[in-house]
Design a protein. Structure first.
Lengths: 80, 229
């Protein structure tokens, strides 16, 4: 089983990199791209972890290390 | 008095911290490697600046979960003074020892220059020798120093006197123009609730002699060491 964790800055937390990307997109003429936010995706293999155990295990990984919940949200996808 | 400086792969202000502490303590601090899980019995733990673990994942995130930091968190909880400078501040927030987080600077620049700071909160260990509202000059060198904290915690920090320094002008004015990196309320450093932990982005250890451009940092360390002797 594989896991994919998507991490993004919370609403209201300034994202200067997203802003810079937005400005660059506008510079290329893509004026329709607004409210750009940059995040990150972390993928990993969970080996033989069972379907039952996987959600809680990945949740723990997110809160302890992968995301800083002061500033970031995360979402978890489990892939067969 | 005994001190320890924590050294991570990627720390680059550990030796500056050692020199500053040695100069005022008269003896060298212990340099403790991140993979160690034993921390000597000391009166002060310093977490230095740098780019621990290459800033991978988030600044301070991997260092914050290293074996030695578990010991640092334990000692801090039992009252040992902890000083986190720059990356050390980022590491301290990642462990939860200090509230908030350090985001990318609002204008995206890496900022490397001397800044003026206004002394805000008084503290038994860290602000001795400085008057409230006094202006000091320390260097900064960071890309992720934009202090963020939610409204509720910010109100608590302000209400409880946990704000240590604010980015200010040489005259002590605290304005948007003097807020170099977008930090909430111009915050450059904070204390924990118990007052034994200070996290700050500026580098007092880089300004400890006239040959280096000033001695405000030396005053900072002298006062700190005096409070612990």
């Amino acid at each position: 089983m594989k896991a994919r964790v998507t991490i993004s800055l919370k609403n209201g937390v300034l994202d200067p990199q997203g802003k810079a990307i937005e400005n660059a997109l506008h510079g290329l003429g893509f004026d329709q791209a607004n409210d750009v936010r940059q995040g990150k995706v972390i993928e990993f293999d969970l080996g033989n972890t069972s379907k039952e155990d996987a959600p809680a295990a990945v949740e723990k990984m997110c809160t302890q290390l992968l995301a800083n919940t002061v500033i970031e949200n995360y979402s978890i996808e489990l892939l067969d | 008095m005994k001190a320890a400086v924590i050294v991570f792969p990627g720390s680059n202000c550990d030796r500056d911290m050692k020199v500053a502490l040695e100069q005022v303590m008269g003896s060298a601090p212990a340099m403790v490697w991140h993979a160690d899980s034993d921390l000597p019995d000391v009166d002060l733990i310093a977490i230095p600046g740098g780019f621990s673990y290459g800033d991978y994942l988030r600044c301070g995130a991997i260092a914050g979960n290293s074996p030695i930091m578990r010991e640092v968190v334990k000692k801090a909880a039992s009252g040992t003074p902890v000083l986190g400078i720059c990356n050390g501040f980022q590491v301290a927030t990642e462990t939860g020892m200090l509230p908030g987080a350090l985001l990318r600077n609002a204008d995206q620049d890496f900022i490397c220059k001397d800044v003026h700071l206004k002394i805000v909160g008084e503290n038994r260990h860290f602000s001795g020798g400085f008057e409230k509202d006094q202006v000091v000059r320390f260097p900064v060198a960071h890309h992720d120093g934009n202090y963020y904290v939610d409204d509720e915690t910010l109100a608590r920090l302000e209400g409880e006197g946990q704000v240590a320094f604010r980015y200010a002008s040489a005259e002590g004015d605290v304005t948007d123009q003097t807020n170099i990196n977008g930090s909430r309320n111009n915050i450059a450093g904070i204390y924990n609730e118990a007052g034994n932990i200070l996290g700050m982005m500026p580098h007092p250890e880089r300004l400890i002699s006239e040959q280096l451009g000033g001695t405000d940092g030396k005053t900072f360390f002298e006062n700190l060491v005096n409070s612990l002797n």
